[in-house]
Design a protein around this ligand. Sequence first.
Ligand SMILES: [Zn+2]
Ligand SMILES: [Zn+2]
Length: 146
Amino acid sequence: MSALSSMKNPLVPGDATRPHAEPLQCPRCRSNEHLDLDTIESIEPHAGELLVFVSYTCSRCEVSRAHTAAFHDVAGVLNRNGTVSGLLQFGGQYFHCGEPMQFAQSSVRSVYAPMSTEDVDDGLLDVYVKTRVIQCRCGFRMELPA
Ligand SMILES: [Zn+2]
Ligand SMILES: [Zn+2]
């Protein structure tokens, strides 16, 4: 009988500063090539690299796991599966290149923006504040409804 010896791990009190992240890997075939991500959840604020709580299933072995992982690893698996084109949304945030996308506030310009320095009509400005643009450090941008 091969019981899971790792189940004995006790929770260590006082270790709340840094959640322990594990790599995404099927415990049976020891690869991450066949993983289907089931859920991705944000966890409590933490220092350092962005971590999330994931659950996934190896489609080949039909083994499921759930644990905290580096978001970068999660994005890598997602991107390879081609289910999303590098863009991911959860916890009210959008992610690209494995990083949370940032609001691009001042550089927003539409084709209707006047190129002159004349004062812009208030009614026209109103259009701008109704959309929010977020961008990734790679230059990928997308517009969100306000
Ligand atoms: Zn497997
Ligand atoms: Zn990007």
